[in-house]
Structures are given as C-alpha cells and as structure tokens.
Design a protein around this ligand. Structure first.
Ligand code: ADP
Ligand code: MG
Length: 255
C-alpha cells in the first residue's frame, strides 16, 4: 500500500482525570487510507485517546490535527469528516433499521438510500427488524453502517469485534477492508492480535498511557524474532480456530 498524506497528527497528547494521568504525552501520525490499530491492555488509554480525537472528550494538553483542522479551533469541521460508532444505547428501541438510518441521516443533514447502506453491510433482510432483534455480529455491522452516513474520510471503531464469534469477526474484517478499499481511513482498537495482524497496516501499542511501540505488525514480529525470541512450543499447521471455522463454515452463516 502506498502511504498517503498524514491525516491525523497527535503531538504530546496528555489527559488527566483529576490527579490520574490516563494519557501521558503520546505522539503519532495516521496516514490517509490506512487501517491504524491502537492496541494495549484494558486501561491503557486507548478509548480516551480516540474520544479526544473524535472531539467527544477534552484533552489536558498537546496538539491534535485532523485532516488539516486543529482540534482546538475547528471541532465542528472535524466532526463533519469523521464517522464514530455510537453507543448502542443510542439506537431507539422502537425503530427498525431503515427508520434508524433515516433518523441518523437527518442528524447529519444528509439524504440517504437506507437500503444501500443495509446492502453494504449485508443486512437487507433485516430492514424491518429492530436493532434489539439482531445478533451481535449484525448489530456491529449495523453500527458500522451508521458511521458511514456522512461519507466520512475517517472512521473510528473502538473494539468493533469484541464478543463476536469467529465467523462474525471475519465478516467484520471483510467489511472493514471494503471500507478502506473505498478510500476511508480506519482507526480501530482491538484485543485480538490475529485481527490486528490481518487488518492493520500499522499499530501503536499502548500501555499505562504511553505508546511503547509503533510499526507495522510484520516489522514488530521480525524485530522480536531478531532478538532470538522463539515460541516455546512448535506450532501446528492449524489451530483450534481453524478447526472451528472449517467445521462451521465462514460465509454460509447468518451471524
Ligand atoms: P482503554 O480504552 O485502553 O481500556 P481508557 O481510555 O478507557 O482505556 O481508560 C484509561 C484510564 O483512564 C483507565 O485507568 C480508566 O479507568 C481511566 N478513565 C477513563 N475514563 C475516565 C473518567 N471519565 N474518569 C476517570 N478516569 C477515567
Ligand atoms: Mg477502551
């Protein structure tokens, strides 16, 4: 993949909650058109960092530029070019998927073809269903569709595959790859290393509010191997997840 221009630039970003330093001066750039992963244990500061860039949380200090807009002065401009996954509690229980899409489009001042969005995430069959009537994977696909309503340049996905079964995760990987293929930059967090390896062009590993490593997954693995690291046990040609996928199928399943 060709590296694009820098679309997000974060410099010495800090966030304190009272006397607690959740983010301790991190700096990183995200390139246009890449899938950028933020990894790290619970409490590392990933969501805090994303929400600051998404304009949803105030930073304590540091500089953030998004698509050339300064977070301090041009929040509204940033909001117009990003897509953020809403908390699912925002999905009014009485409305079906088409009605929800129309409602969200209205909030963004957009007119959309709801069925096109549902088709994109393979949920045309569920057009008349309510959000609560869908499976975990379907809910995630729908909430990703809602991030695309304002045709954003960047979307933010905070743990989009947590709690999903292996097929549903793979469906979501395909969807995220498609979204990137269509030119949208993707920033995501995940606790699944196979997912980060599959999806992300580059990842930043955070721990206790700091970025401790930033590179492509491939480079990080090569660097570790170069230190003489070896896996303690010879790995078999397949693992249990391969068995599961092989037995239950990938595409045929309506997750
Ligand atoms: P992650 O997404 O990596 O799990 P978070 O950004 O959610 O981490 O949280 C980072 C740290 O900041 C955690 O220790 C968390 O408890 C703390 N924290 C997050 N939000 C708040 C808040 N609103 N008030 C106080 N502490 C918070
Ligand atoms: Mg989080």
């Amino acid at each position: 993949m060709n590296k694009g221009e820098i679309i997000i630039s974060v410099k010495d970003l800090k966030k304190n909650y009272g006397s607690f330093e959740a983010v301790k001066g991190i700096s990183f750039d995200v390139y246009e058109g890449e899938i950028f992963g933020l990894l790290g244990p619970n409490g590392a500061g990933k969501s805090t960092t994303l929400e600051i860039i998404e304009t949803l949380r105030e930073k304590s200090s540091g500089q953030v530029m998004v698509n050339g807009f300064n977070l301090d002065k041009e929040k509204e401009k940033i909001k117009q070019i990003i897509g953020v996954q809403l908390q699912t509690s925002g999905f009014y229980p009485g409305l079906n998927l088409v009605e929800l899409l129309v409602l969200f489009a209205g909030l963004y001042n957009q007119t959309i073809q709801p069925m096109e969005f549902l088709k994109m995430v393979n949920l045309e069959d569920k057009a008349k269903n309510k959000f609560k009537e869908m499976s975990g994977g379907q809910k995630q696909r729908f909430s990703i569709a809602t991030t695309l309503i304002n045709k954003p340049k960047i979307i933010f996905l905070d743990e989009p595959t947590t709690g999903l079964d292996p097929q549903a995760r793979r469906n979501l990987w395909d969807l995220i790859k498609n979204i990137r293929q269509n030119g949208t930059t993707v920033i995501l967090t995940t606790h699944y290393m196979d997912e980060a390896e599959q999806l992300c062009d580059r990842i930043a590993i955070m721990d206790e509010g700091k970025i401790i490593q930033l590179d492509s997954p491939d480079k990080m693995i090569d660097d570790l191997v170069a230190t003489g690291f070896e896996r303690p046990k010879q790995v078999k040609a397949a693992n249990l997840e391969d068995v599961f996928i092989h037995l239950t199928g990938k595409d045929i399943r309506e997750d």
